[in-house]
Design a protein around this ligand. Sequence first.
Ligand code: FES
Length: 261
Amino acid sequence: MSEDFKYTFRIKRYNPEEKGLKQAPHYVDYEVEGDADMTLLDGLNKVQSDDPTLAFRWSCRMGICGSDGMLVNGQPVLACSVFCKDVAKKKQGRLEIEVDPMRNMPILKDLITDIDDPMDKMRAVAPYLDRMDKDGPEDGPGKQSKKQLERIKKTSQCVKCMLCYSACPVYGQDKDFVGPAASALAYRYTADSRDDQGGGRVDKVIGKEDSVWGCSFVGECSVACPKRVDPAQAVQRLKVMGALRLVTKPISDMIKKRKKK
Ligand code: FES
């Protein structure tokens, strides 16, 4: 393999267990050589083979597991999905790549962030099909038409990398905001033709003050998403569902009451 390129990786290092000056987040420069096909993840693995104290997450190397989210020159990316030659910036005659941990989340160590809060938010939106009268294999597969599948296909692609939370300025200011990926997931199941929870999920998730209503539609989440889930669009659709529910729920409740009498 020819090593055509020489890069300087400026990596933010932080180890909460270290004492003294090094305890504060600080940058350390590493020289890395590689060819035109070297991804950022490849480069980080080269750094780690020289300095095993560097911590970062990764698993699949193909944009599927979503575990290697980080900032490259300030932009949220999956490290396995970008080539060094595409993100490097020429500075003082050298090719530099600045690598930081994701924003808006506590740093556990170096490039590893604590994603518990966004994960909890995703669990809270009831992210599963709730099929009231059909839950056994005897009911057969939940078939969908092409059109029904199209409605949820985009939002089904989420790999839970949390780059959208890192990009979201509203979540950065308000940790109670439900956030982009959890909203996309709520939309994905609410819009699924096989789901019977529909209105219930809307009431539980969208009806709350700190849910989708906090979104100011900056759209950075959709720019950051490596799978083109477009969470910003899902949030706006949920707002429409929530608004319709506000109008229709009192009417359907009233009809139910009358039927009982
Ligand atoms: Fe799995 Fe990058 S290593 S998404």
